[in-house]
Design a protein around this ligand. Structure first.
Ligand code: SAM
Length: 315
């Protein structure tokens, strides 16, 4: 994207929507369209991602908007870092699975969760904004998701003790953030580096609302695994939120702690900022992606687990 040198270093990432077809069928289709499976560095070629199953890399300039498989929802354009949260949450693929995507629109991660659940069980997808909810509905229908119940409401107004949610075990929280990790949105970078009193206050309010959301997720009686992610590079929206959530009454009541590194994409090299966490192990438990260094947008992923259930939910 013009003006930002990082954008050119990011390959075109394409997630194969395994709800509709297999990785093998997708590769066969792409080869029939003139692509070669090899390296993403030469024109009309692609490769498999090293960390995320069913994710393919193409040269950055590759255009998919006219591609039949893209138009029918079989291929989803989704940055690699944005695929981390659903993979880390690792929702069960079972008829009795019950999962929540608390902040769902436009639906990239909802469709990814649905695919990982193999379209089974129930995935409640909350979105408070009416217009964005419409986009979510379009995306769910195009991606063939049958196990999703989209609900146009604020997740914070959902009663964790409602019998409807009694069997929820996995929750994804991917709230609105500064967007400072998105390399083609320089305006956000400028906005979040504003140090006026007004900007500081806005940041603190946001921080409080993120914490509230994690604490709310911790109240679901069978909640065992909660992923909190942002596309921000700022510790104030990431490590500091996690640190405060760990000290909350809700975390103590769970009890919830951070999943160990071995359960949170252990092969991914970039972890959290140790100087922003209380324990150095906590920094290793969380993931960061750095724009310009990791061939992705900037991103942060953390995963809270209820202690007693950790063994049965690790991915
Ligand atoms: N996970 C989405 C994806 O991968 O496509 C992106 C989510 S976007 C970063 C955050 C979304 O959460 C926005 O659409 C916003 O309207 C919604 N949102 C923010 N706070 C919410 C809340 N308390 N309840 C429900 N939706 C919320």
């Amino acid at each position: 994207v013009s003006g930002n040198p990082h954008a050119e270093q990011i390959p075109r990432y394409v997630r194969v929507n395994t709800t509709m077809w297999s990785l093998e069928d997708a590769i066969e289709y792409l080869i029939s369209q003139g692509y070669t499976l090899g390296t993403h560095e030469s024109k009309k070629s692609f490769e498999k991602d090293a960390h995320i199953p069913n994710l393919l890399l193409f040269p950055a300039q590759t255009e998919f908007h006219h591609d039949a498989a893209y138009k029918s929802g079989k291929l989803i354009l989704q940055d690699k870092a944005s695929c981390f949260p659903a993979v880390v949450l690792a929702p069960p693929a079972r008829k009795d699975a019950v999962v929540i995507d608390a902040t769902a629109a436009p639906g990239n991660k909802t469709t990814h969760l649905s695919a990982l659940m193999r379209n089974m069980g129930k995935l409640y997808a909350f979105e408070r904004d009416r217009k964005r909810f419409g986009t979510l509905l379009t995306m769910l229908s195009r991606a063939g998701c049958k196990n999703v119940e989209p609900i146009n409401t604020d997740f914070l107004n959902v009663d964790p003790l409602d019998p409807k949610y009694a069997n929820v075990t996995h929750i994804l929280l991917d709230p609105s953030c500064s967007g400072s990790g998105i390399v083609n949105r320089l305006d956000y970078l400028i906005e979040t580096e504003d140090n006026s009193d007004e900007a500081q206050e806005g940041r603190l309010n946001k921080l409080a609302s993120f914490q509230l959301m994690i604490k709310h997720a911790m109240k679901f009686p069978k909640g065992a695994r909660i992923v909190y992610s942002t596309c921000s590079i700022h510790a104030v929206e990431n490590e500091r939120v996690v640190r405060a959530a760990l000290l909350s009454d809700e975390a103590k009541a769970g009890p919830f702690h951070l999943a160990p590194r071995k359960d949170v994409l252990p092969t991914w090299h970039r972890r959290g900022m140790p100087e922003e966490m209380d324990a150095s192990d906590d920094a290793l438990s969380v993931i960061r992606c750095s724009p310009g260094e990791d061939a992705t947008n900037g991103f942060f992923v953390s995963c809270f687990v209820r202690c007693a259930d950790q063994a049965s939910t690790s991915n």
